[in-house]
Design a binder for this molecule. Structure first.
Ligand code: SF4
Length: 155
């Protein structure tokens, strides 16, 4: 069972969306220079359909997107929860920030509107660095369209 440590409403992580970003613990990626080392510990509340429903009840009208930040320890669960969100509120977009280089075969693109891939590599920087290895995709008609450039405007 995945767990989440906290969540926040954010504006930068998914361009053009008001996003409820859910920070998931037990990250297996162990990136050197990780922005949030506490996310490597297995802690927090269960990331269950019940708890997601509570968050939707509270914030559903204020947001346009829900993004899972992490969850590489159990990608099948992320896929199931994204499908649950789609069933629960068809208006909301779904996103996933994964630290893996490739999308897990356990995840089906039809359950996501946005996908970020790639570990954090200190010398290359995060998404807002023009030298980053990370990629941010908009899923359009079942294809992953690279829109990483959105994070470099104004650099
Ligand atoms: S994927 Fe993110 S949370 Fe996990 S170790 Fe890397 S930077 Fe930290």
């Amino acid at each position: 069972m995945l767990r989440f440590v906290n969540y926040d409403i954010v504006f930068q992580e998914v361009p053009g969306e008001v996003t409820l970003a859910i920070n998931i613990s037990n990250c297996p990626n162990r990136c050197k220079g990780c922005h949030s080392p506490y996310l490597m510990e297995d802690r927090g509340e269960a990331l269950s359909e019940e708890n997601l429903a509570v968050l939707l009840e509270k914030y559903g009208n204020a947001i346009t997107c829900v993004c899972f930040m992490g969850g590489d320890a159990a990608p099948q669960e992320i896929d199931n929860l994204a499908a649950f969100l789609q069933r629960k509120n068809a208006r909301l977009k779904t996103g996933w920030y994964s630290g893996k280089t490739k999308l897990s075969p356990d995840c089906r693109l039809k359950h996501f509107n946005y996908i970020k891939l790639g570990p954090y590599i200190e010398q290359l920087g995060g998404l807002n660095s023009s030298s980053t290895n990370q990629r941010f995709y908009h899923v359009v008609d079942g294809e992953m369209v690279d829109m990483t450039y959105h994070f470099h405007k104004g650099n």
